[in-house]
Design a protein around this ligand. Structure first.
Ligand code: HEC
Length: 106
């Protein structure tokens, strides 16, 4: 009986961890993200698409934008691992317009 309960609790905890791990963005490598952004995103952003750089949005706006990557208009145009995308997010977020050091990319 109590074993059943602890099993249920463990399962619930595991589910919460799995879900939060899948959706939590942040804590990535911003230096790598900058490189990955230049490599994967700059080809369009800055020429054929809007000139996006970290300072284009606030940290809250970047969070909202990356909360569901399938809602980013061009997400069908790239295949990037979640880890790499998290590095890109970290770069954009950490140098956002309301961050301590806003960055344009050039
Ligand atoms: C094949 C061209 C192309 C590539 C590559 C590309 N994008 Fe886009 N992206 C677009 C277009 C077109 C739009 C929609 C119109 C616009 O914003 O200019 C867009 C829109 C966006 C938006 C929404 C714009 C806004 O102001 O909210 C974000 C965020 C975005 N892209 C991020 C990225 C990221 C991150 C990458 C790299 C992983 C990337 N894009 C790579 C073409 C591209």
């Amino acid at each position: 009986m109590s074993r059943k309960i602890s099993l249920a609790v463990a399962t619930a905890l595991l589910t919460v961890f799995a879900v939060s791990a899948a959706f939590a963005m942040g804590g990535g490598n911003a230096r790598k993200g900058k490189f990955l952004y230049r490599k994967n995103c700059r080809s369009c952003h800055g020429s054929t698409a809007s000139d996006l750089s970290p300072a284009s949005k606030t940290q809250a706006e970047w969070k909202a934008t990356f909360a569901d990557k399938t809602k980013i208009k061009c997400s069908g145009d790239w295949t990037i691992s979640d880890k790499d995308l998290n590095d890109i997010f970290t770069y954009l977020h950490d140098y956002a317009s309301d961050s301590p050091s806003p960055a344009k990319c050039s």
